[in-house]
Unconditional design. Structure first.
Length: 287
C-alpha cells in the first residue's frame, strides 16, 4: 500500500480544523476543505491561535508552529482539496445522507488508491463506506475534542475494512501523536455508547432538580476524576451533535436509556447548542 504523504480533511468545524492541525503537525501536507469561506477563515484563525498558545506555553516550538502552518492549505473547492490526497478524513455534520453524498463525490475526484476515513462518532462505517466504492480502504477514525490535546483515536473496522487499511491509519494516528483502540463496528462504538448513557442520566438529573449543572459536573470531575463533567462536555461537543447521537443509538439499540431527554430536545430547538452558539447548559463567552 502506498505510503501516506497528503491528507485532505473535509469540514472546517471544530473537529475538522483540529484534525487538520494535528495532521499538519504530524508532517503531512494537509488540505482543509469547507464549502463556506467564512468557516475556512475561522478555522485558520483558530489554528493560528492554538499554535500561538502552544508556543507561549512551551509545548510547541516556534519553528514547528511555523512549519505546521506552511503544510496547511485551506480549500473551498472539493476537487482541488482531494486531488492529491492519499487519505481523506471526513468531518462533516453527523447526518448519514450528507456523509454518503460527500464520499460519493470524493470518490470521483481523488486518486483511485486513496484511503477514506470518517470521523463519525457513531454512524455505520459500513453504510458510509458503501457509497465510496472502496469499502476495503475505508474505516472510522473517531477523534476527540479538543483534537490537539486528546490522545485517543477510535479506529473503527467496517465489514470489509482491510488489515492494511487499519495499519496505515494507525500509523497516521501515531504520527499525529495519538494512540488508537480498534473497535468492531457497533452502534456508538465504545466511547459514544458509554458517554451517551452518562450524558443522558446527567441531563435527566438536571431536569428533575437533583442538582445544578455545576454540581453534577463537579461530582464527576472530583469523584470520578473525569477531566470535564458530562454537561460541560456536552456543551463543548455541541448539543445538536449529542441529540443526533442519542437519537441514533435509541433507534439502533432500542433501549430506553438512550432516549434523548426532553431538556436536550428543548435546548436544541431553542438554538442553544452549547459553546458554538454561546449558550447551552452554560454560558460561553468564547466560541
Amino acid at each position: 500500500m502506498k505510503s501516506i504523504a497528503t491528507i485532505a480533511v473535509l469540514g472546517a468545524g471544530t473537529m475538522g480544523r483540529g484534525i487538520a492541525q494535528v495532521a499538519a503537525q504530524g508532517g503531512y501536507a494537509t488540505h482543509l476543505f469547507d464549502v463556506a469561506p467564512a468557516m475556512l477563515d475561522k478555522a485558520r484563525q483558530n489554528v493560528e491561535r492554538t499554535l500561538e498558545k502552544g508556543v507561549k506555553l512551551g509545548k510547541v516550538a516556534a519553528a514547528d508552529a511555523e512549519a505546521t502552518l506552511g503544510r496547511l492549505a485551506f480549500q473551498h473547492d472539493l476537487a482541488t482539496a482531494v486531488a492529491q490526497a492519499d487519505l481523506v478524513i471526513e468531518a462533516v455534520p453527523e447526518q448519514m445522507a450528507l456523509k454518503v453524498e460527500t464520499f460519493a463525490s470524493v470518490a470521483k475526484a481523488c486518486p483511485a488508491e486513496a484511503l477514506f476515513a470518517s470521523n463519525t462518532s457513531g454512524l455505520s462505517i459500513t453504510e458510509i463506506a458503501a457509497a465510496s466504492g472502496r469499502a476495503d480502504r475505508f474505516a472510522g477514525m473517531h477523534f476527540f475534542n479538543p483534537v490537539h490535546l486528546m490522545k485517543l483515536v477510535e479506529l473503527v473496522r467496517g465489514l470489509e475494512t482491510s488489515e492494511a487499511t487499519l495499519a496505515a491509519m494507525g500509523e497516521v494516528a501515531a504520527r499525529m501523536g495519538k494512540e488508537v483502540v480498534v473497535v468492531r463496528e457497533a452502534p456508538g462504538f465504545v466511547t459514544s455508547r458509554i458517554n451517551a448513557l452518562i450524558g443522558n442520566e446527567a441531563f435527566r438529573m438536571l431536569e428533575s432538580g437533583v442538582a445544578s449543572a455545576e454540581d453534577i459536573d463537579k461530582a464527576m470531575t472530583l469523584g470520578y476524576r473525569h477531566p470535564v463533567g458530562p454537561l460541560r462536555l456536552s456543551d463543548q461537543i455541541g448539543l445538536d451533535v449529542r441529540l443526533a447521537i442519542a437519537e441514533h443509538l435509541h433507534g439502533a439499540l432500542g433501549a430506553d436509556a438512550f432516549r434523548p431527554p426532553e431538556i436536550l430536545r428543548r435546548l436544541v430547538a431553542d438554538g442553544k447548542l452549547g459553546r458554538k452558539s454561546g449558550s447551552g447548559f452554560y454560558e460561553w463567552d468564547e466560541r
